[in-house]
Design a protein around this ligand. Structure first.
Ligand SMILES: [Cu+2]
Length: 152
């Protein structure tokens, strides 16, 4: 389903990969949704097993909070570089139309789901390795609605 890129992927690479897939229309959407489900299930089990293994460790130590502001047609992040660990994105749609925030591999799959105008949602994503992680709005990546996150 996804090309085996070693680590990191520029926004341009992700967009061109999505563009190639977009010719399959609904297949892309289905794949994004399935990926999101896999990622959520994986993230939940990982968080649980890590907590059990560490025992004394508090979950707060490796969690970063980031605010994301979506408009037509761009993302603005309160922070775009952070350490390995869990990122809790609070995603605000400050635009006039629906947007989303999707990490579509090669290493991380996460999907905010559609966020309607003037609404917000929370997306938790676990970044296990340093690298550059590209994300897009799947409705508007063709219009340049994309960005990237650096994990150190
Ligand atoms: Cu959008």
């Amino acid at each position: 389903m996804n090309s085996p890129v070693a680590r990191g992927e520029s926004t341009a690479q992700l967009v061109s990969r999505l563009r190639a897939k977009d010719t399959r229309g609904r297949a892309l959407l289905a794949s994004v949704l399935l990926s999101a489900i896999v990622a959520i299930v994986g993230a939940v089990s990982l968080t649980t097993s890590t907590a059990l293994a560490k025992g004394h460790a508090t979950q707060a130590t490796d969690t970063t909070n980031i605010s994301v502001y979506m408009t037509e047609y761009k993302f603005r992040l309160s922070k775009s570089t952070m350490p390995v660990g869990t990122v809790v994105f609070t995603i605000y749609n400050k635009g006039q139309i629906v947007h989303n925030m999707v990490f579509q591999g090669p290493k991380v799959f996460a999907n905010s789901g559609p966020v309607q105008a003037h609404k917000k949602t929370i997306l938790r994503v676990k970044f296990k390795k340093p690298g550059t992680y590209a994300f897009v709005c799947t409705y508007h990546f063709e219009l340049g609605m994309a960005g990237q996150l650096r994990i150190k």
